[in-house]
Every structure is written in structure tokens, then in C-alpha cells.
Design a protein around this ligand. Sequence first.
Ligand SMILES: Cc1cc2nc3c(=O)[nH]c(=O)nc-3n(C[C@H](O)[C@H](O)[C@H](O)COP(=O)(O)O)c2cc1C
Length: 202
Amino acid sequence: MKNILHIISSARGELSYSNKLSTFILERLLQQGNINKITVRDLVKDTPPHANEMSIHEFYKHPGLYDEQSQQLLSYANTIVDEVREADIIVIGTPMFNLGISTPLKAWLDQLIRAGVTYVFDEQWNRVGQFKGKKVYLAVASGGRSAEGAPDYVSAYIKDVFRSYTGITDVETYRIEGTMENGFTADYESILKDFNSTNEVF
Ligand SMILES: Cc1cc2nc3c(=O)[nH]c(=O)nc-3n(C[C@H](O)[C@H](O)[C@H](O)COP(=O)(O)O)c2cc1C
């Protein structure tokens, strides 16, 4: 039985295409069965703290030196690390904003990724991700459409950050594009038409 973590990061609630596409992905996963638990982390309703001088100091502290203040400052980070640790599948929705991911999602990642927690160093000082074997589904909504050959910063960034700092290498991206075009209608069925055949996590 698998646990799913659903990350919501568009502020547009019901109007959001990335929220809806990620929910469609969730429904497809549920249809396949074998799901134990779904945890929803809504980064808009419950905004991640931004890293600041004090929290960054705690992030790099040896765990043996943690005190009561550390527990407070690391409380959000520890909660979301536990959620990711517990998840077999992570479904992430994000709008494309200025070619990048949404700011709540970036803040979540900055709280999640931590030396000694999501990755450690081996004897040769290579990073070793601690969350290998999990699957990420990424749902990206953009107002425009990607031109052929244009760099895809959103998916490339998400793939790289998970691979480099968590050991998660299986990131599958679905896109809903052209959402700001006149007369745009969302066709989630066609975006997800190959979903079953490409899903190897079960
Ligand atoms: C501040 C801002 C920046 C945006 N930047 C881009 C962009 O760089 N490229 C693009 O194609 N669309 C851009 N858009 C359009 C959004 O990607 C589009 O509205 C998308 O549907 C938002 O996701 P959502 O529907 O999940 O909220 C931007 C919109 C806003 C408000």
C-alpha cells in the first residue's frame, strides 16, 4: 500500500489549472488502487516560512547542539521532511511564474532540503540522497506554450533539485499550457492520456 503526498502551490484555488491537473493525477492514482493514505500540504493556506538568518543557522547546526529554540525554528522543516519521508508518491502542482516555480513551492523546497537530512556526504564527499525510490508527479500550468527547443526551467529545476539533494530520480511531468489564451479550455483527459502506461510505481 502506497502513501501519497499532494503539494498545492497555486494561490488561485478552484480556478487554478495546476491544482486541478494535480488533482486529476491524484484521481488516476486512486483509480489504480493500492493507496493507503493521502496527505495534502497546501502551501497557500499554510505558507512555508522563508529561510532567515536564525533558521539558516539551525539548518547547519550539528543535531547534538539542538536546543528548545532549534526545535521551534525547525518545526515546519521537520514536519515537511516527515511528510516526504512517509510518502511513496509526491504529486506537486505549480504555476509557471516568470519561467520558474511558484514562490510557496520554492520556500517549501528551501525548508525541505537539508544536509544530514535529505542528503548526506559519503567518504569521498559525494552527496548521497536519503529518499531514493520515491516517485514525483509534477503538474505545471503556464499561460503560454513552450516553443520547441525552448528551455524548460520548471521541470528541469524540480528534477535536478530532487536528484541532487534527495536522491529522487523518478520525476514525471505533465503540462497544461496556453491557459491565458482567449477561449482556452482545459482538456485534462488528453494531457493524461498516457498516464497508466507510463506509471511504474505500482
Ligand atoms: C506573476 C505571473 C507570472 C507569470 N509568468 C508566466 C511565464 O513566465 N510564462 C507563462 O507561460 N505564463 C506565465 N504566467 C501565467 C500563468 O502561468 C498561468 O496563469 C497559469 O495558469 C497559472 O497557474 P494556475 O492556473 O495553476 O494558477 C504568469 C502569471 C503570473 C500571475
